[in-house]
Design a protein around this ligand. Structure first.
Ligand code: GLV
Ligand code: MG
Length: 312
C-alpha cells in the first residue's frame, strides 16, 4: 500500500437504489414499504417544472413523516442542478425543514469540485444554524462529459462526499453518443459502450474511499438486460444500481448480494490463510488454487457486504 491511505469513508448498504419522483406521494409511500436499500426522492429530472415546488414539499413531508431508518433504508434527496434556479431552495428548504432526517443529498450533473463546494458550504451553514447533531452526506452524479473529464478531481474533494453514481442517460446525451436508450447496449458496439466510463468512475471512487453506484436501466420490461448490466457493473466494482421501477429492486438486491457459495468460499479462504500463517506460511492453496494476502482482501470485501445485509 501507499503510505497515504483513503479508507472507505462511509459504509452503507446500497445494492438497490429506487428512484421516486417526489411529485408522487403514493409512489413515495410504496417505496418506503418496499425492499430497496436506498430510496432517493427526486426533485430533478423526473419532476416537471410546474411540479417542482410541490415535489419539494412532498419530499420534506415524507422525510419527516416516514421512519426511513427504522425501515432499514437510507433516504436521499436528488436536488436540482446548480444551473437551475431551483437548486438553492431545494437545499435550503430540505435542509432547514428536514436536515436531521435526510441521510444524503444526491447532486446531479456534477462537473467540477466547485459544484460540491457550494452544496457543502450551504449544508454546513444550515446544520450549524439549526443546531443539528446529524451530518448529511453528499453523493455526486457523474453524468456529463465535464464530470467524467474531472472525475478524479471530484473524487478527491473530500468533505461529505461519500459516493459517486454513473448516470448513463445524461452521460449519453452529453457525449452525443448515438442512442436514445437508457443504459442498454448498442448492438453495433463490440462489447459494452459504457465500460470505459464506468471503469474510470469506479477507479476514482475506490482510489479515494467512495462507494461506486451504477445508474439507471430504462427498459423495465427486460429483467435479463437489467441483470446483465448490473453484473457487468458489479464485476467492475460497483456495489449497487438504481431501480427506476419497483420491479428492478429485487433484481439489484439479487445481483449485488454475495451468494451462499461466495460467502462460504470467503470464510474458507480466511480459515486456510490463518492455518497457513500458524505454520509460518503466507500463501496456501484452496480447491487447487493459490491464495495469499490479496485473496484475503478480496474475501473481506465479500464478508463486509454479507455482514451489512445480515445487520439490516
Ligand atoms: C441519471 O440521472 C441519468 O441521467 O442516467
Ligand atoms: Mg441524469
Amino acid at each position: 500500500m501507499s503510505h497515504r491511505l483513503y479508507p472507505l469513508k462511509k459504509q452503507r448498504l446500497q445494492r438497490s437504489e429506487l428512484a421516486v419522483p417526489a411529485s408522487n406521494p403514493t409512489m413515495i409511500d410504496k417505496a418506503a414499504e418496499g425492499a430497496a436499500d436506498y430510496v432517493f426522492l427526486d426533485l430533478e429530472d423526473a419532476v416537471a417544472p410546474p411540479e417542482k415546488e410541490q415535489a419539494r414539499k412532498n419530499a420534506i413531508q415524507a422525510l419527516n413523516d416516514i421512519d426511513w431508518a427504522g425501515k432499514g433504508k437510507t433516504v436521499s434527496v436528488r436536488i436540482n442542478g446548480l444551473d437551475t434556479h431551483y437548486m438553492y431552495r431545494d437545499v435550503v428548504d430540505v435542509m432547514e425543514q428536514a436536515g436531521d432526517r435526510v441521510h444524503t443529498l444526491l447532486v446531479p450533473k456534477v462537473g467540477e469540485t466547485g459544484d460540491l463546494y457550494m452544496v457543502e458550504a450551504m449544508v454546513n451553514q444550515i446544520e450549524m444554524a439549526k443546531g443539528f447533531k446529524t451530518r448529511v452526506g453528499l453523493e455526486a452524479l457523474i453524468e456529463t462529459a465535464l464530470g467524467m473529464a474531472n472525475v478524479e478531481d471530484i473524487a478527491r474533494f473530500g468533505g461529505r462526499l461519500e459516493a459517486m453514481h454513473f448516470g448513463v442517460a445524461d452521460f449519453a446525451a452529453s457525449m452525443r453518443a448515438r442512442t436514445v436508450n437508457i443504459g442498454g447496449l448498442n448492438p453495433v458496439y463490440p462489447g459494452d459502450q459504457w465500460h470505459a466510463a464506468i471503469a474510470r468512475m469506479v477507479t476514482a471512487c475506490r482510489a479515494f474511499g467512495l462507494r461506486a453506484i451504477d445508474g439507471p436501466f430504462g427498459d423495465f420490461s427486460d429483467p435479463e438486460g437489467y441483470k446483465a448490466g448490473a453484473r457487468r457493473a458489479a464485476a467492475l466494482g460497483c456495489e449497487g444500481k438504481w431501480a427506476i421501477h419497483p420491479s428492478q429492486v429485487a433484481l439489484a438486491n439479487e445481483v449485488f448480494s454475495p451468494t451462499e457459495a461466495e460467502v462460504t468460499k470467503a470464510r474458507r479462504i480466511i480459515e486456510e490463510l490463518r492455518a497457513a500463517e500458524a505454520k509460518g506460511k503466507g500463501a496456501a492453496s484452496l480447491d487447487g488454487k493459490m491464495i495469499d494476502a490479496a485473496s484475503e482482501r478480496m474475501a473481506a470485501n465479500v464478508l463486509v457486504v454479507a455482514d451489512a445485509i445480515a445487520g439490516r
